[in-house]
Each structure stands twice: as C-alpha cells, then as structure tokens.
Design a protein around this ligand. Structure first.
Ligand SMILES: [Zn+2]
Length: 139
C-alpha cells in the first residue's frame, strides 16, 4: 500500500520554484499543459504527472495535464491559462468528440447520445435528398 505523505519543505520549494521559473519564461501557458507537466515531473520526480479533465467556470470541461503530490495536493504549472478553474478530475480522459455537436466524449464512441447520432444520420440523408431535389427542379 502506498502511504500518502506530505511533501518535504525542500520538495515543495523545488516544485513552487519550478512553476515560478516556467511562468517567467511562458507568461501565457495556453496549450502548454502537457509539455510543462512532462518537463516538471522530470525535475520533480516526487510528483506524479496526470492527465484528465478540468472544469472551468467560463470554458466548461477542458482536457488538461497537471501534477499531483503523494498526499493529493495539485501542482499545475499551466493553471493560469484558465479564467476560472475550479475542479480537477484525473479519472476522465477524453476519447474523442461527438461527430454531431462536438461535445467532448469519454466513452470511446462517435456520438454523445442517440439524439446526436439520429440528427447526424438525418443530416446526411437530407444532404443527399437536397442534391436529388435540386437536380429534379432544375430541368
Ligand atoms: Zn453530440
């Protein structure tokens, strides 16, 4: 069993300094979460790199990567790209986007639900019918 332990003062200092240094070079870390997390975990091996989803008050659900300490504390070098970040969920991993509405999916499927699958099929059918109608009308 893995013991949840607190970071030592030195580890915490190292992690905080790493993020400060990273943000000095990259003041707007938009889209850099994976790169930053990958680099930070090499310098701070006492943290664990994770990927999952975050919930932002303005942007909604977004895929993201960050680091977690053994006691569950979050260290997120690219957090400042979000306007209102308030929740992390490492259990959720994006598997794709709904082909109809573009919603993020976690189920490995092509549509978020039957409604979207139906409307996408209807759309494909209508596209074909309109083409035929157009050809009939124009004679
Ligand atoms: Zn959908």
């Amino acid at each position: 069993m893995i013991e949840a332990r607190l970071l030592t003062a030195l580890e915490r200092l190292k992690a905080e300094r790493w993020i400060k240094g990273f943000l000095k070079v990259n003041p707007n870390p938009y889209g850099m979460c994976r790169e930053a997390t990958g680099r930070m975990v090499q310098d701070c091996p006492f943290l664990r790199a994770v990927a999952g989803m975050v919930i932002d008050g303005r942007w909604g659900l977004r895929p993201h990567a960050w680091l977690v300490a053994p006691d569950g504390e979050i260290f997120d070098p690219a957090a400042s790209q979000f306007p209102a970040l308030f929740e992390y969920d490492e259990g959720l991993t994006e598997t794709g986007r709904c082909m109809d509405c573009g919603e993020i999916l976690f189920n490995g499927k092509s549509f978020c639900g039957d409604g979207c699958e139906d409307s996408f099929r209807t759309y494909l059918k209508e596209e074909r019918c309109q083409g035929e109608n157009h050809a009939t009308r124009s004679k």
